[in-house]
Design a protein around this ligand. Structure first.
Ligand code: ZN
Length: 94
């Protein structure tokens, strides 16, 4: 699972480690007809897993709570992502 999603929480994108444990989350909760199939499972931090509760991933993405948590999680990511290589883009043929 951790190779599928880069070992980050699927929801807040924080990286798992000593201070952040992995939990398995069902995109569609079992209580809502979800299954244990791989395509219904993601790795999630405990806080996101609890916050999502028995909502589907899509219902959770629409909540204000999710966006607040996402903003908190994104602070862990470097502010300036590496710039895309313009010369590679310019050499593409259409
Ligand atoms: Zn999370």
């Amino acid at each position: 699972m951790k190779y599928l999603y880069g070992d980050r929480c699927y929801y807040c994108t924080r990286k798992f480690g000593q201070n952040l444990v992995r939990t398995l989350d069902h995109l569609r909760p079992l209580s809502r007809g979800g299954t244990h199939h791989l395509w219904n499972l993601v790795l999630s931090c405990p806080k996101c897993n609890n916050a999502k509760s028995d909502r589907t991933w899509f219902e959770y993405f629409l909540t204000e709570e999710y966006h607040r948590r996402l903003n908190n999680g994104l602070r862990a990511i470097p502010e300036k992502p590496p710039r895309p290589k313009i010369e590679v883009i310019a050499s593409l043929e259409f």
